[in-house]
Design a protein around this ligand. Structure first.
Ligand code: ZN
Ligand code: ZN
Length: 97
């Protein structure tokens, strides 16, 4: 998987909260998706809790060490499907600014 760090906001489908299959793309997963995970410039994923954690672990352990961007520059949306949390790209009081 590659990240483009694009600027287009992700769109979250309006499918109902029930019966969405986990969108884990590296193996077949029959679990029900419960979490949303959207990387900037990539598709919004709906994942079961286990694969949501696995995807985050991939980002933190394998991608971030070789990337200059912070978490906020990678993740646009996360959280439960019923109440996803949008991550603002920039914080007003960023100490690094
Ligand atoms: Zn899964
Ligand atoms: Zn990156």
């Amino acid at each position: 998987m590659t990240l483009s760090h694009g600027t287009a906001p992700p769109e979250i489908g309006t499918r109902g909260p029930e019966g969405i299959r986990c969108a884990w793309d590296e193996d077949v997963c029959d679990r029900t998706a419960e979490h949303v995970l959207a990387f900037r410039g990539a598709d919004t994923l709906v994942l079961c809790p286990r694969h949501d954690a696995a995807k985050l672990a991939w980002l933190l352990d394998l991608h971030m060490p070789d990337c200059d961007g912070g978490l906020r520059e990678h993740i646009a949306t996360y959280g439960p499907i019923a109440a996803p949390i949008a991550v603002p790209r920039d914080e007003p009081s960023d100490p690094e600014a």
